[in-house]
Design a protein around this ligand. Sequence first.
Ligand code: C5P
Ligand code: MG
Length: 157
Amino acid sequence: MRIGQGYDIHRLVAGRPLILGGVTIPSEKGEAAHSDGDVLIHALIDALLGALAQGDIGTHYPPSDPKWKDADSRFLLRETLEKVSAAGYRIGNIDCTVILEQPKLGPHRESIRNGLQEDLKIPLDCISFKAKTKEKQDAAGRGEAVEAMAAVLLLPL
Ligand code: C5P
Ligand code: MG
């Protein structure tokens, strides 16, 4: 078995969609990014690459490379899943936390888990999603950023 963890943060700006796990969440602000800025999938990709000890999202999919610039995060996630199986592993379970002052994500938990399941193709009870505020502290707490953390366990194929 192999364990991995990942983290990401994106600035939040008005007029951009808030996309988490491939799902667009109704929100006044969304992630500032070239791509969709899906902070949750970016953290998850880093957790998967970390479990494989194969570097990180920036080394595999550099935004400086036209091939990856503006890439759909779900496409990058599927590319990463192929690296997981090529290394002889499959996902056992994942556990994710998004830190966001508002909106509340509890009402969107199931759609986010379902969104992740579309790409991960593992049982829903192996996909955990949680949300926290930053208690009004620092950038995330002021509503200027959204953060995500992910942990994964890989099992042999
Ligand atoms: O950050 P705090 O401990 O106050 O969050 C309390 C609960 O509010 C969390 O456990 C979670 O269920 C929910 N929450 C949420 N959406 C957020 C932040 C927190 O649903 N953006
Ligand atoms: Mg990111």
